[in-house]
Design a protein around this ligand. Structure first.
Ligand SMILES: Cc1ncc(COP(=O)(O)O)c(C=O)c1O
Length: 427
């Protein structure tokens, strides 16, 4: 990790400031890619664009051999602007808009994962309009674990197979799952591989489809970011301070161990069904980006009521740090050590009670102007950033020599209203 002078950066660029450690980002990318390539071959890695939509970050990852995983027409356009070929682009997402489907069909993509039965027909019609083959996957709703609005039930995948056959330009090649988020180990992937291999076998038997690809999505955890369980969130709301260990999530297994276990499970389960070994696709977001970025915020005010001390800072969950509502990140005071410590409720600057992001955090005694660093802020922080009463923040990238370069300038007031039509209400 590059030694970064956060205080100097906060002084030069102001806060909130997102600071990307270029070397850490490259190191993460190389470690993750090598881990999967060592664990299983062939493997393809795509970065989930929605995790951190900063073009220079995504471009840097592409230069490391990491393709694009996109969920909207905007992200598909951005991938094109970054020079990422459509053959290195995987498409996901629920409720895809007609123009998004149409653009994918116009160029073709590495893999288009359908999210519903209805979408199969919409994609088939678009492929026919453009006269181009499209490689299709089906997102499968896991039979256990992470259940939500996404994907098709395993039984619907069999129906999808016969629908896909009715569209001559669609090629059914893959199953896709997303088994969770910030997962500590490989257990959920192993269960998913077992279920998907069984489904692939059923598809071959009953629908005559032999799949070439298994897309396991993202979800790989990082050690510095602890997902708060529902129990823990409830406990810490009632009793601020340290939550007991049994309520907290277990430590995260290193990515090479997770990739190795996934590779082994793939070989075992697909061989058990006498299926050809598929190409493995992974679409990590957090594991590539999370730990390469720090959010610097500044203390604007400190106030004590009825024994609780609040520190109001330049950024909160409503303006750019929303993940802090469900995740525990290391938060530290930059600068000289201080003897006295105190517990704080940390809040953003927005005039809403919902802008509190941590309760009972023990920190050195804070004063106005102090700079706090929130570590592991590279995944979903910038994605959730809003311009609610405050302009959106700047992003700098720091190179191996410690040189900082502005890669996204702070939003101006004029930019905040740039889309509004001119006009003045008459007195
Ligand atoms: C389809 C898909 N792929 C990839 C990801 C990236 O997940 P993560 O950042 O947990 O690796 C997500 C996130 O929810 C997703 O829904």
């Amino acid at each position: 990790m590059t030694p970064i002078d956060g205080l100097a950066l906060a002084r030069e660029f102001g806060t909130p400031l997102h600071v990307i450690d270029r070397e850490a980002l490259l190191q993460n990318a190389r470690t993750l890619k090598q881990a999967f390539e060592r664990g299983y071959a062939p493997t393809e890695v795509y970065v989930s664009f929605k995790t951190n939509p900063v073009p220079q970050v995504l471009g840097l990852l592409y230069a490391e051999g990491i393709g694009a995983e996109v969920v909207s027409a905007f992200e598909l356009w951005l991938a094109g602007e970054l020079g990422i070929p459509t053959a290195r682009t995987v498409v996901n997402g629920p409720g895809k808009r007609p123009e998004f489907i149409d653009r994918c069909a116009a160029t073709g993509v590495r893999l288009f994962n359908v999210d519903s039965l209805g979408e199969v027909d919409r994609v088939g019609e678009a492929a026919a309009r453009h006269g181009r083959e499209l490689r299709l996957g089906c997102r499968v709703r896991p039979t256990r674990g992470w259940k939500n609005q996404f994907g098709l039930e395993p039984a619907q995948v069999l129906v999808a197979a016969s629908r896909i056959r009715q569209h001559p330009l669609l090629r059914f090649e893959a199953l896709q799952v997303q088994v969770g988020s910030n997962l500590a180990d490989a257990r959920s992937y192993v269960e998913a591989i077992r279920d998907l291999a069984a489904l692939a076998s059923q598809l071959r038997r009953e629908a005559g489809v032999t799949l070439s690809t298994l897309d396991l999505g993202g979800g790989f955890g990082v050690p510095s970011v602890e997902r708060m369980t529902r129990w823990e969130a409830a406990y810490s709301f009632l009793i601020p301070g340290e939550t007991p260990h049994f309520l907290r999530t277990p430590p995260v297994q290193p990515i090479d161990a997770v990739a190795g276990i996934i590779g082994e499970a793939l070989r075992k389960e697909f061989s058990a069904h006498s299926l050809p070994l598929p190409t493995l696709v992974v679409e990590p977001g957090r594991a590539l980006l999370g730990e390469a970025q720090t959010l610097l915020i500044e203390v604007l005010d400190v106030k004590t009521f009825e024994g609780s001390t609040y520190a109001i800072t330049t950024c909160g969950p409503s303006t750019g740090a929303r993940p802090l509502l469900g995740e525990r990140h290391p938060i530290s005071l930059l600068g000289e050590p201080r003897a006295r410590r105190r517990r704080y409720t940390l809040a953003g600057p927005l005039c809403t009670p919902a802008d509190v992001f941590a309760e009972g955090v023990e920190l050195p005694e804070l004063k106005v102007g102090d700079v706090l660093a929130i570590a592991g802020a590279g995944a979903y922080f910038l994605s959730y950033e809003s311009a609610w009463a405050f302009p959106r923040s700047a992003v700098v990238m720091v190179d191996a020599q410690g040189e900082a370069r502005l890669i996204r300038r702070p939003e101006s007031f004029e930019e905040m209203v740039a889309r509004d039509l001119p006009g003045r209400s008459k007195p």
